[in-house]
Each structure stands twice: as C-alpha cells, then as structure tokens.
Ligand binder design. Sequence first.
Ligand code: SAH
Ligand code: F3S
Length: 433
Amino acid sequence: MAKKFFIETLGCAMNVRDSEHMMAELVIKEGYEEASSASEADLIIINTCSVREKPVNKLFSEIGQFAKIKKPEAKIGVCGCTASHLGEEIIKRAPVVDFVLGARNVSKIRDVLNRPKAVEVDIEYDESRYAFGELRTSLYKAYINISIGCDKQCSFCIVPHTRGEEISIPAELIVKEAVKAAKSGAKEIFLLGQNVNNYGRRFSGEHPKMGFTQLLREVSEIEGVERIRFTSPHPLHMDDEFLEEFAKNPKICKSMHMPLQSGSTKILKAMKRGYSKEWFLERAAKLREMVPDLSISTDIIVGFPGESDEDFEDTMEVLESVRFEQVFSFKYSPRPLTPAKDYDNQVPQDVASERLARLQARHNEMLDEMKSDRLGRVYEVYFEELKPGGMVAGRTDNNWLVQAKGSEELLGKIVPVEIVETSRLGSVGRVVA
Ligand code: SAH
Ligand code: F3S
C-alpha cells in the first residue's frame, strides 16, 4: 500500500506553493498519496509561519497533538519559516520531530525523509533553478514563484532572516510553467514572491536584464492565460511604467495589494519602508484614477515602537483616503533577529489593542458603505470551487468573492454574474445567461 502524507500549511501564499512543491516531490518521485487525516498518515508535515509570535508559540503544542494521534511509525517534519529560524532547537524541544526543513530548502524533502533527525535550514541555499515535480492543488489557478527571499530588511520583519536574500527565478522557467499550467486548464496565473515588483534585481547565473513589468507582459501573451494576479508588490517599487502596464493590460486583474504598514512617515522611516505617507497616497490616487473599478488591499501594523497617537491618526487618514477594499491588520509583534524588537519605545499592549479595534471597526463601517455599490451590477466571475447547498464560488476580476447557484459545469469558466446580495465577506450573485 502507498505511504500517505498529511501537510498542514500556515501563513502566506509562498507557503501554500512550498507545500505544493513538497507534495509534488512526495507524490511523483516517492509514490506517496495524500491522507485524509493526520492520524492515518505515515508522514506529517507542519509548514510554519514565523511572521508573528503567536503561531510560533502554538507550534509546540501542535506537535504534541500530532504526536498523540499519529500512527506509531509515522514521521513528523517541521518546515517553513519557523524551521529556518529555530533549526535544531525544534528537535531539542520536541524530540518526536524527525526532521526540520527550512523555507527555501523544500527541494530537499526527499533527502531529509530518510535521514534521522535531519536539519536543513540554510538560508543561502539557492532553489531558484530547482525543477520541482508538477502538482497543483487547484485546477483553475496556478501559483508560480517568481523569486525567493527578500532583500528589503523592513525593521519589524523576520522573513529576510528565514527566507534569505532575494533571487529571481529565470523568466524562461516562469513562462514555461505558466504555459504548462494554461495548457492544463488554469486560466489564472498567480505570481508569487515576497517583493514581486523588485523582480529581476538579481538572478543566480547569467540572465538577460528583465523587470517585473516585462515579465507581466510576457506572461500575458501566453495563450489560455486570461487572468494574472501577483503578491506581494512593494509600494516603493510602484513606478509609472508598472502602474501603466497594470492599468492597460486587460489580463492583469484589477486588484492591487499595497501594503501600507503605517500611514505615518516617521514610523515608515523607522520601519525602513523607503516611502512616505505622501508617496503612498499619490500612488494610490493615481491608480484609482487610471483604473475604474480597482480594488486595493493592504497590510497595516499598529503599535509599532514609537507610534504616537498622531502617528496612528496618520494611518487612519490613509484608511479614509484610500478606502481599501480589504485590510489585513495586525498588532506589532516583536520578532527575534529584527532591529525593531530592540527599539526602546515599545507601545503598551492595551494601547495597541485599542488602536487595532478602532481601525478594524472603522474599516468595517467603510465596507458596509462600499458593498451596497455592488448591488445590481454585473461582474465577470471566474468560478473555482464547489460550495455546499448547490453553490459555486469564484472571484471577480477585482478579487471579490462571489457565490452563485450552480454546479460543476461552471467550474473553470468566466461568466457574467449579477450581484443580488452583499456582505462584508462576499457577495451572492445570479448567473446572467
Ligand atoms: N512581503 C510579504 C511580507 C510578509 S509578512 C508580503 O507582503 O506578503 C506579511 C505581513 O505581515 C506584512 O505585510 C506585515 O503587515 C505583517 N508583519 C510582518 N512582520 C510583522 C510583525 N513583526 N508584527 C506584526 N505584523 C507583521
Ligand atoms: Fe518583510 Fe518587508 Fe520583505 S515586510 S518580506 S522585509 S518587504
């Protein structure tokens, strides 16, 4: 009987793709099958995130839970950013763990399987040309990495210390993967990197000069590709050429992630983000002007060291002005290896909590105002998933979730849908024949 694996994936889209890569290696090259639960698996993998402290603290209790329910011979592997960061300490604290495999080392999954207590966490390891087996968890959307690591060194962020320096993946490999995915029916290509619009700064080995805007053009010329999304771009690298391509290329979905982090220029400086409040507002306004029906999402951190009431008001002002369709907001979490954890003006927890609650409450009000604009309008929805109750779910070009009555035959199709009901989380629509 084939061996079975179970993977739990936490964190960002990069981790989702890393898990797909590991699955491909296990299935195609080692003959594994996916288990329907951890208790029937021969191999349990936790693909971790270390961006904030809470999930890291939870890791050890989670390992304990898996240890309790696993088959006696089953192996447990800890992968991803916490693996990179804690390395062999994980096995010391939880001896039940069989191997530790860092982000940017996932191509070594087959190697660590058979090496007891292996720890592979080299953040300088170059995976940018590694040919992973081909396996995708979605038929309709293909995640494709365009770079590994991040060069930015934002002062709050642990990622550069877990994923290492930024290396771009050769464009010809990206295009080849996109062609393959499109041929197998994926109309949507989702380009991934920690800092996608910095693409092309550094390749490993010789490579002709190439930037993100050019890469977008090349991917959009592939037959069968109808939608292109990407995450995450950095506001600093949103130059005119990029904005123009974004606006005029009909295959690029009109939803932009603009991670603000803070609306205060003083705090942005302390965060080492490289842009000011004014730059951010100007870029967002320009985008809104160029692109009708654009949706903008963002990440915001409240309670960064030194954030005064006025600094927080700056963030609230940007929130009012840009009217983000989606906000991922977090309380600042001090992370090891980052300079900000040693700044001496840390904000008290209760102040940060209050600010977060205020920001989220105001954004919810704004969403309530925005959602009614959608009612009665018709959007092109790409259906990707069956839902209970005879519903199918998909996304509009500008990334709103829409459900409609329907069945398998809508999957993988882009169809006009009239919005009949909206809530903060998504809309319900009616397929327009
Ligand atoms: N370039 C990546 C950033 C990864 S971290 C991307 O945009 O996906 C994702 C988000 O987590 C960041 O944008 C930031 O808002 C948040 N974050 C990172 N470090 C944090 C910290 N120390 N405390 C709180 N939030 C943090
Ligand atoms: Fe982190 Fe900043 Fe890079 S948020 S991933 S260091 S762009």
